[in-house]
Design a protein around this ligand. Structure first.
Ligand code: SF4
Length: 486
């Protein structure tokens, strides 16, 4: 599809909305109306304080036109831009919607953090019920997704009150896995190829942890939560895990920690010794990620473990006495069906973990994205899976507490963390809602400085690959020092 901008240059907003509604190949064209083919003309007219955005869309020779109007708040340039972006996107949404069989579950929302948007509306003076009405009526979000968003927004508000203003969280990344899962889009190295890199990586990691401890102390900050994730942190040996976690203990004042999580990840890497090292190291939460309890689907995604291994790993962790265990699952995996996904969720609930996270498969951009029929089938099947999970989890006493959307998830859906009362992960909420700064160590780790007053977020990204990371060590430390001086 061709798109043409008239009277504005909100290119990103236009592209995002077209791709949200109809994954297709899009190209911008200059200011001429094409005689043939599919197109979207996005036009903006501003007359004093009055702004009108019009979208003219032609698909398969059918022409539709829709417009949205707004009065500019004129408080500052940023506020005006927010309103203009909104009406440009909504006009395109209204026009393209006329060509679709059904409206997307998330309506016109394209962002990855819907609860953050809801909190933003509330900060600008409306109540939670009014924000819910805006979600449903203005943005066209389904009642179910609106309800989940409002609950996540309430949890974020509570977390904001709990976290001291000068607090930060710490993320430690272990980018190694026993093997690559078929759906993985993360830069993780399989140990078959990268085993030699692990010992030096652990050494550099410990040095970065030590330096990060100094940055936290020297800038008058306190550490509130720690998350060791990956990859698969339990790819490390018990001794390596012990080394990393001892280093954390020796580098930070641990008295302010309210939560310490290790993503044990793949069940085939979990042993008594590793779980013992994690517990002794000070973590009170672990995450075990089966993704599915269907053995055929496990094979399809390239996992080398069975559903029985998941149960064994869970029992090891439960016996070790962690206060919270999370289990991850993914809707939309190759070969999975609504019925077998229902079995997965039922099996996980039967184990009684405190948290269950339901992800939606992120599809890689490629041919599949443009196959309308396959997309529609997958949409219906994933919707059924998510609805079933939501009903089963709610009936079993779990509630949604954080959510985020990824670009190109199957059917444009979301990932939702469910928890039993009082067991929510503050780390997950703080990171997804961007309500706290984070210092991250390891290859590919992203540190963020969050200015809660202005909403400005500044990032510092460590090099992606372990080798590159180890070679750039000094630059990383200087970058993080600067970030925390902001
Ligand atoms: S366990 Fe996670 S990070 Fe590792 S290969 Fe599988 S999907 Fe990727």
């Amino acid at each position: 599809m061709i798109y043409i901008l008239k009277g504005h240059d909100l290119r990103h907003a236009v592209e995002e909305m077209i791709l949200h509604l109809m994954p297709t190949v899009i190209t911008e064209q200059a200011d001429i109306e094409p005689e043939q083919g599919d197109y979207c003309i996005s036009q903006l007219k501003i007359d004093g304080k009055n702004a009108t955005a019009t979208a003219i869309v032609r698909i398969d020779s059918r022409l539709e036109q829709r417009a949205r109007v707004a009065i500019l708040p004129d408080t500052d340039e940023l506020a005006n831009k927010r309103v203009l972006t909104e009406i440009v996107k909504l006009s395109i949404y209204d026009a393209i919607l006329l060509f679709l069989d059904k409206a997307p579950e998330w309506g016109s929302l394209t962002g990855v953090r819907p609860a953050k948007l809801a909190r933003g509306l509330m900060e600008r003076g409306i109540t939670r019920p009014q924000a819910a009405v805006q979600f449903r009526e203005k943005f066209g979000v389904s009642p179910e997704r609106t309800a989940i968003t409002m609950r996540a927004a309430a949890h974020a508000q509570k977390a904001l009150e709990l976290l001291p203003q000068n607090s930060v969280s710490l993320y430690i990344g272990i980018p190694f896995c026993p093997s690559r899962c078929a759906y993985c889009s993360f830069v993780s190295q399989s140990i078959e190829k990268a085993a030699d890199l692990i010992p030096p990586y652990v050494d550099y990691l410990c040095e970065e942890i030590k330096q990060t401890g100094e940055i936290v102390a020297n800038t008058g900050r306190v550490l509130s939560t720690i998350y060791i994730g990956g990859g698969t942190p339990t790819t490390l040996s018990p001794e390596q895990l012990e080394k990393v976690m001892d280093c954390v203990k020796n580098s930070f004042d641990m008295s302010s920690i309210i939560e310490y999580t290790v993503e044990a990840g793949r069940p085939d890497t979990i042993t008594d010794e590793k779980i013992k090292a994690i517990k002794t190291g000070g973590a009170d939460r672990v995450s075990i990620n089966p993704q599915t309890m269907n053995d055929t689907v496990l094979k399809n995604i390239g996992r080398h473990h069975s559903s029985d291994d998941v149960i064994k790993a869970y029992e090891i962790a439960r016996k070790a006495g962690f206060s919270v265990i999370n289990m991850d699952t993914i809707a939309g995996l190759l070969g999975d069906t609504p019925e077998s996904f229902k079995n997965t969720v039922t099996s996980l609930i039967a184990l009684k973990p405190e948290n269950i996270t339901v992800h939606t498969l992120a599809i890689k951009r490629g041919a599949d994205l443009y196959d309308k029929e396959a997309n529609s089938k997958q949409h219906n099947s994933v919707k059924q899976m998510l609805d079933t999970a939501s009903n089963l989890l709610s009936s079993a006493g779990y509630g949604p507490y954080y959510l985020y959307r990824q670009k190109f998830t199957a059917g444009g859906f979301e990932n939702v963390g469910w928890c039993k009362p009082q067991t929510e992960s503050i780390y997950n909420i703080a990171m997804m809602e961007e309500i706290q700064s984070i210092l991250s160590v390891g290859a590919g780790a992203v540190s963020k400085h969050v200015d809660l007053k202005t909403g400005k977020i500044t990032r510092f990204v460590n090099p992606k690959y372990p080798k590159e990371y180890m070679e750039s060590y000094e630059r990383i430390i200087i970058g993080k020092q600067k970030l925390m001086m902001l």
